[in-house]
Design a protein around this ligand. Structure first.
Ligand code: ATP
Ligand code: MG
Length: 477
């Protein structure tokens, strides 16, 4: 690995770092949107320990253990990707990824707590209780000569289906998605190796794909979603050359396995930046590939109730995540599929002349089965969404024991929150009902009984009293 630097090169590095630090410490708007070039050079920019000032204490001790074990085993080992990027930006990394020139089988031999996973990318997971350190073998070019262990395969659209060709660190850098994610921290001398002008991109606040953007999106369309996620998370913009092909290629997301899309959607909506991600996905036409029916509804009426409800839901989600409160994907999917559900209900009711509630039940199956074609939402969340929807129909039936019984349903709280969301978004016809429930939930049992008594006809028809069946008369002889 080339780690020596000539004096003039060192000067460049120091001046870059100086500017970089100023960028982080204080705003420097002139740096924003400066074009950066993300091609990988065989000579990385090397920033020594003294220059970058990152200490090993900022890394997970388990990640450091893994690096040393690999090094002592005679292999090269680096921390790479998000963890270096986030620490440079003063953020807490989500996880620590390691890259090495040891093959997955060689890694497995070094660690007892190792399991190999993945088909598309073969990876080693080193398990330390709840923390997993992911160890990847450096990737090479998929055009490289193939043998039995080095398999790569792509589809007609240019999508990489398997990517298990191993290579050098320079090749590995070229296979990474964005320049800001191709920063490597070496355990040999604690320096950072920047292969694709990642530091310059951090300074310019730009998310830029490495290589030709169209080819890189075609290889893996999920990179379009990752670009959005990093832009909002890091408060950066997508560089113009990386932004340009997105609208045209957005529909390639249809080729992504539904289980992977579900995982990516969770990352987008559960990271405290859901509202910003939603708006950016809409801007680039990516939301259409994820939620096509809702996207059409939102387009029809940009200032309407539908947009308000979805945006408000994401705002609430962000608030909850940022104050460490729980969020269930069931609620998010219930809200995202609510308007398609109402549309289907109407259609079915008109076509089949059946009761609204029956049409609603049929429509639930329809929206869930349609959305499962491209997003694999696990059953526990679709069941949760169904409960939230069902309860919307029962919230105004409060007479007798009904209100109390409804509160005992496992999804009642989520369904009540959903009612509040509908009212907030503009369904003012339910304002009184929402206020009634808010008051009901604040009362003790006697107060609740009084509220139900005072309902009169509003609480729906009184439940029929059960009449005792008389035992049949014994036949007289
Ligand atoms: P975070 O963990 O905060 O979501 P990250 O950048 O660490 O961000 P990971 O999904 O953990 O993202 O991936 C680790 C690294 O692997 C990335 O930084 C990037 O270098 C590489 N990588 C991940 N996904 C892809 C992809 N689809 N295409 C190319 N490189 C990728
Ligand atoms: Mg990561």
């Amino acid at each position: 690995m080339a780690s020596q630097s000539t004096p003039s090169r060192r000067q460049i590095i120091i001046s870059k770092l100086f500017q970089f630090c100023r960028q982080i410490i204080g705003p420097n708007t002139s740096a924003e949107n400066t074009p950066v070039s993300a091609s990988v050079s065989s000579e990385p920019l090397v920033i020594t320990r003294g220059e970058h000032g990152i200490s090993r204490k900022q890394f997970s001790p388990n990640a450091i253990k893994v690096l040393y074990r690999l090094k002592d085993g005679g292999y090269d080992a680096y921390l790479v990707g998000g963890c270096i990027r986030d620490i440079l930006l003063g953020q807490q990394p989500k996880d620590f990824d390691v890259v090495t020139n040891a093959t997955p089988d060689q890694v497995k031999k070094l660690f007892r707590n190792c399991r190999l996973i993945g088909r598309r990318f073969r990876l080693a997971h080193i398990v330390f209780g709840r923390e997993i350190i992911e160890v990847a073998t450096m990737r090479g070019h998929h055009e490289a000569p193939e043998d039995k262990n080095q398999i790569s395969q792509s589809s007609d659209e240019g999508q990489l289906l398997r990517d298990n060709v191993f290579g050098s660190i320079e090749e590995d850098a070229e296979r990474r998605d964005f320049s800001i994610n191709a920063l490597y921290y070496s355990i040999n001398d604690f320096s950072i190796h920047d292969y694709a002008n990642g530091l310059a991109a951090i300074k310019a606040k730009q998310i830029e794909l490495i290589g030709d953007p169209e080819t890189r999106y075609r290889e893996d369309p999920v990179r379009m979603l990752r670009a959005v996620r990093f832009a909002t998370k890091l408060d950066m913009s997508i560089a113009p050359n990386s932004e340009k092909p997105i609208a045209e290629l957005a529909n390639l997301l249809d080729n992504i396995p539904p289980a992977r899309l579900f995982e990516e959607i969770l990352k987008l909506f559960l990271n405290g930046k859901a509202e910003a991600n939603f708006l950016m996905l809409r801007k680039y036409g990516l939301f259409r590939s994820l939620f096509p029916e809702l996207d059409k509804i939102l387009d029809k009426n940009p200032d309407g109730l539908e947009n308000k409800l979805v945006q408000q839901m994401f705002q609430n989600t962000d608030k909850r995540i940022n104050s460490n409160k729980k969020v269930t994907p069931a609620f998010i999917f219930a809200a995202l599929l609510w308007f398609p559900l109402l549309e289907h209900t109407k259609k079915i009711q008109e076509q089949e002349q059946i009761l609204e509630y029956d049409a609603f039940a049929q429509a639930m199956n329809k929206v869930l089965s349609e959305s499962s074609q491209h997003i694999a939402v696990p059953k526990r969340f679709t069941l949760g969404a169904r409960d939230i929807w069902h309860i919307q129909h029962r919230l105004d039936k409060r007479a007798g024991q009904r209100a109390y019984r409804l509160t005992q349903q496992p999804r009642f709280k989520a369904a009540y929150d959903f009612l509040l969301l509908r009212v907030d978004a503009g369904e003012t016809q339910h304002t009184e009902l929402a206020q009634w429930w808010t008051q009901y939930l604040s009362q003790d049992i006697n107060g609740q009984k009084d509220m139900v008594k005072n309902l009169g006809h509003q609480g729906g028809p009184k439940p029929r009293k059960r009449t005792r069946r008389r035992a049949p008369k014994k036949p007289t002889e």
